[in-house]
Structures are given as structure tokens and as C-alpha cells.
Ligand binder design. Structure first.
Ligand code: S3P
Length: 173
């Protein structure tokens, strides 16, 4: 039986909002990787990027993911870049269901334009630069996101459907 579900998708796709809802609905624990990262490192992700750089962040992110892949009855909301390495997507696929919340770039752009500050990859982008950044980053990341075991249309699917999808995937194993 599935013991863990990883929610993946671009920044602003709703992973944490949906994750909290689904965890409550299923009676499982909810883990927000970004929050846990910040708690354990004792600094914000922006500070970590500024002091140690993105490569160091990615290394720590993989270590954290490997630990979470051993937890039971958890819904994990990952960072937007977490699945984007062969190693990380493999860890997730081997240890649970992976749900990609697919959202249109224009919608992501609207949501992120007021939520850039805490996200180092977009903090310094103007609103004009943001949409083209999202489009090119999404194109780059698509091959990882598409390796999810379940792909959902994040703009249209009600939160209440996620439990059903997870249980269906479980029954098909
Ligand atoms: C990142 C997304 C962020 C966070 C970090 C890098 C990315 O998480 O992990 O700023 O590479 O897309 P959210 O998707 O929760 O914003």
C-alpha cells in the first residue's frame, strides 16, 4: 500500500495548499519540504542561496528528500525544482505516488508576481521577465514533471478528487 505521496510542480502551482487539504482528508501527515528545509538549516531558502549557492541547496534538498522517502503516511509538498534530477525523481517514484500539478504559465505568472520575494530564482525578475522565465523553466523541467505517476490539471481539478486518484493508483498496483 502507498505510504507516501509527493506533490510536484512549478512554484505557485498550489502544492502546499493542496497538500494540506489532502493530508487532512486522508488523515496523513503533511510535510512542506521548503519549510522543513528552512527549519533544519536555521535560515530562509533565500539566505541559503545567497550564502552557499544553488548547487549546495540542491545537494541538501536531495538529502532531505531521501529521508522523507522513508516516512509513512505522508503527503510531501516538494520544492518546484526538487524532481528535476534523475536521482530525485527516481527516489520519489520508487517510494510513493508522484502527483504533478500542471498549471498554465499565465496563471503561475499571475500568482507569482505577488509572491516573488521569498523565491530566489525569481526575486529579481520584473513582471515582464517573469512570464518568459516561467515558460522556459517549465520547458526545461517538463521531462521530469512528466515522469509523475499521476498528472492533474491543477486549474480545474477540485481538491476533493485527489484522495480518489491516490486510492485508484494504489488499487492498480
Ligand atoms: C524552487 C522552488 C521553491 C524553493 C526554491 C527553489 C525551484 O519552492 O524550493 O526557491 O527551483 O523551483 P516552491 O515551489 O515551493 O516555491
Amino acid at each position: 500500500m502507498t505510504q507516501r505521496v509527493f506533490l510536484i510542480g512549478f512554484m505557485g502551482s498550489g502544492k502546499s495548499t493542496i497538500g494540506k487539504y489532502v493530508a487532512r482528508d486522508m488523515g496523513w501527515n503533511f510535510i512542506d519540504m521548503d519549510h522543513l528545509f528552512e527549519k533544519e538549516q536555521g535560515c530562509t531558502i533565500s539566505q541559503f542561496f545567497a550564502e552557499k549557492g544553488e548547487a549546495a541547496f540542491r545537494q541538501e534538498e536531495t538529502k532531505l528528500l531521501s529521508r522523507l522517502a522513508k516516512e509513512n503516511m505522508v503527503i510531501v509538498s516538494t520544492g518546484g525544482g526538487t524532481p528535476c534530477s534523475d536521482e530525485n525523481i527516481r527516489i520519489m517514484r520508487e517510494s510513493g505516488e508522484v502527483i504533478y500539478i500542471n498549471v498554465e504559465p499565465e496563471i503561475l505568472c499571475k500568482r507569482l508576481s505577488t509572491a516573488k520575494a521569498s523565491r530566489p530564482l525569481i526575486a529579481n525578475k520584473s513582471d515582464e521577465e517573469l512570464l518568459s522565465f516561467i515558460q522556459s523553466k517549465l520547458a526545461e523541467r517538463d521531462k521530469y514533471y512528466r515522469q509523475a505517476t499521476i498528472i492533474v490539471d491543477g486549474d480545474k481539478l477540485p481538491f476533493s478528487s485527489y484522495r480518489f486518484l491516490i486510492e485508484m493508483a494504489d488499487n492498480n498496483e
